[in-house]
Design a protein around this ligand. Sequence first.
Ligand SMILES: Cc1ncc(COP(=O)(O)O)c(C=O)c1O
Length: 374
Amino acid sequence: MNLFDVYSLWEIEPVRAKGCHVWDSEGTEYLDLYGGHAVISVGHSHPHYVKAVQDQVEKIGFYSNSVQNSLQQGLADKLGEQSGYPAHSLFLCNSGAEANENALKLASFHTGKKRVIAFNGAFHGRTSGAVAVTENPSIQAPFNRGHEVTFVPLNDIEAVKTEIEKDDVAAVIIEGIQGVAGIYTPENLFLQQLASLCNQHNVVLILDEIQSGYGRSGQFFAHQSAGILPDLITMAKGMGNGFPIGGLLISPEFEAKKGMLGTTFGGNHLACAAAIAVLDILKEESLVKNAEEMGNYLQQELSKIAAITEIRGRGLMLGVEFLPEFATVRNRLLFESRIFTGGAKNNVMRLLPPLSISKEEIDTFITELKKKMI
Ligand SMILES: Cc1ncc(COP(=O)(O)O)c(C=O)c1O
């Protein structure tokens, strides 16, 4: 049987990884500045994480959500404390798109409305609802266009206001920092105005922190720099450090009803064990602070390279634009220097390394990047 051929693949097969390093099937070592689409938060194969998952496999890997599972409450308690959202409640699922799908559904239940405001350049996932609020017509089937979604420019509060005042809007969904679009950050003032507008008009504010959350921006969630309290916050990627898990933080204003949301695999024992280990390591090793410090250092060193024309983002979520041809620089970094980096729309280099990255590893990257800029 063939695999359904939808991915462009590098001809490299990682078979082993540790911290910020990956080894391929021929034993070649790579430095990882991409973390598999921002998934690797605490570093590859961290010993505490490996042990937690292994121990859990030996006890019980899975049972359904029809029985008690105290790992879920354990995860919720730690997440509430570390994220700064102890009063929100937690719904667990398996991926980012699924988290957004549930958020959109909750917003519609809560308001009885269905139109959604999203932003130009937004990426929210590939399920029917999530792809409908993603601004990329080439990945939407005609079916998705049946959703009532209006796209407006990022940071344009007047455009949002015009739509919200029509009084048929259930939710506004916004990324903490736009990732796939090429790293664009909502301004703090815009987020504050957006939160108050949503509040005044009973519109649910959904913060998609799937890529920008879990410490990557140097705060637990990127939107926390604006001091706002969204109604719903979606997470995935770094939450399980590679174990598939997603989640939704839900404001106390939302009333849970039995059967309202549900999933077979969401919140399973193994996923919870992995997610608890991630939170323990983030705290123990102060990785959110490391993301802030190393992000500042990385920006500082990048800004010394003359060929770089723009650096965007915060912490360890950076977008870099430069004059030499993007694909050549990225390919040479990978095949000559053995460094993984990411790409985004319009030839933007996307840097999303593990939050445990060190100064020495950043120095290696900068030295190699400079060589490829010539
Ligand atoms: C901001 C954002 N939201 C949602 C998603 C979808 O997540 P998943 O691929 O886990 O469904 C992504 C994935 O890249 C993302 O970057």
